[in-house]
Write a protein that binds this ligand. Sequence first.
Ligand code: NAD
Length: 473
Amino acid sequence: MNDYRMLIDGARVAGEGGHFEVLNPATETAVAQCTAGSLAQLDLAVAAARRAFAGWQLTGHAERSACLQHIADAIEQDAERLARLIVREQGKPLALAFSEVMGGVAWTRYAAAQEIPVELIEDNATQRVELHRKPLGVVASITPWNWPFMIAIWHIMPALRAGNCVISKPSSLTPLSTIALVEIIARHVPNGVINIITGERGFGSAISSHPGIDKIVFTGSTATGQRVMQAAAGNLKRLTLELGGNDAAIVLPGTAVEETAEAIFQAAFLNMGQTCAALKRLYVHESQQQAFADALVAIAGRQVIGDGLEEGVTFGPVQNSEQLALVTELVEDARGKGARVLCGGERLARPGFFYPPTIVSGVNNGDRLVDEEQFGPVLPVIAYRDVEEVLRAANDSDMGLGGSVWGPDAEQALAVAKRLESGVAWVNCHAQIQPNTPFGGSKMSGFGVEFGLEGLLEFTGQQLLYVRKPGAA
Ligand code: NAD
């Protein structure tokens, strides 16, 4: 078994808190022992990052761009090993893990190529006024277990590109690919610019309240995001909070069933439904609800469920037993209230946290399966009568991450999409994200954005430079 250590100030170090096991969700056996750090080691990592920041912030844009390009090259060269590691700790099929790694490469190259603009506000005979952007200092990245490698890249690369130093804190359920990533990055930057701390508990809150950390970029549940925000007040940390979602999709009358059902299935069950912006509630006009439910059941039946490392597998396990228990509980709650479970709906009788793709009808707003973020392989298919009614239902949620509208007339669908209360609204697609398009939630799905120029600037603070010209009256 590999030895997974933390990285502090350029050195691989064992934690002072012993070890914890990382489980393979497809087998429920240990993938690795991971080292558990102490709060004193967190202090060391923060101190190292602060020291490194003194020099790193002064490096030029060209130098930092080149570093990121080298890192992208190194990740690409190591893609096969990284993808296999993601499968073993996270559970997704190998092809999806490979696309997670290659997506990470694309995002890294995009960050490398980004420019940080200087805005000239005024330049006349008496004064020149410019708005500059400066790095913030030490950024902590706290990541979840669903896309461990990709989300770490989303946090770390723009932070480094803007001139910050980073402490990474991955989920204890999936720390291994993030450790591998950080080890790659560390080969291309000075000691202390990137650090990683691992452990099972206590770090999240210690990071959130740590006076030596200037910003937290957090991706995870809304409840934890609220705790981060409360604890971060001490030194007014800057925050980007990418939190939970419960994305609605509205299918307008007259939509082509077969091709749309395929796209909807992919958007709903991406990563076994464990994707923040997965499609989680499907509202279909009553004239087509049955046809869509039938088509989705047929696609679910074609999935090959198994260990993501096995040839031909398209559908892996749920990542952990707690999530599996939540999914089971919500489906049982719906079943108990008379919902029809059209396929799936029961854990597979084999080792591993396997739960098949599950389509449910006969549920509505007010049922837990619709109201709560189930974050797993289940899709409720809900009938509606008219657009006003379905918009009320779609918007009747604390969450507001993404949403989509599907229909034969894109303009009509767009008009409905504009009325969704979500940070992103898609038409005839869902969960499309790319490095150059700002992405972020509204309502309780968080605030701040990632990607694009807006995302990069979240890792900077502004400084207004105001220069009075010689001889000006
Ligand atoms: P989680 O909130 O349980 O954990 C996220 C991270 O926070 C982990 O690293 C965890 O160790 C850490 N943490 C735990 N307690 C903490 C504390 N008190 N302070 C600071 N950090 C703490 O989330 P999860 O179960 O790992 O991930 C699933 C959730 O993430 C879902 O709600 C999903 O919607 C959300 N998510 C959102 C996005 C997005 O972009 N909006 C993307 C992916 C996942």
